[in-house]
Design a protein. Structure first.
Length: 108
């Protein structure tokens, strides 16, 4: 659905051209009916794309709300049984941490 909006607009324009601008009347196809069908298909594509993206925005907003207003859920599945390798290791000291207070050694 990456080209849904532009594809829908293209189908609407193509159907309008067939319905209103083409003056050829082949015996094996009705171009006016075909144009109307293509315009309806373009409108459906356009509406479905807009609905899909609106639904996606709601999901992202809900995830954002969930992420920053509630504590994270407990891990389930393989993560609960096998934590990452660095789960119990201490983190690197940040520059704001004071240096260690061990007495200096003079090598003798």
């Amino acid at each position: 659905m990456s080209v849904g909006i532009s594809g829908g607009i293209f189908l609407i324009a193509l159907g309008a051209l067939l319905t209103f601008a083409v003056n050829v009347a082949p015996s094996w196809i009705d171009l006016k009916a075909t144009g109307v069908i293509i315009m309806l298909a373009g409108g459906a594509v356009l509406l479905l794309t807009l609905w899909y993206w609106q639904n996606r925005r709601r999901r992202v907003a809900a995830q954002y709300q969930y992420r920053y207003q509630r504590p994270p859920p407990a891990p389930q599945g393989p993560e609960a049984l096998f934590p990452p390798r660095d789960a119990g290791r201490p983190t690197k000291a940040s520059p704001a941490d004071p240096p260690s207070t061990s007495p200096p050694t003079d090598g003798t």
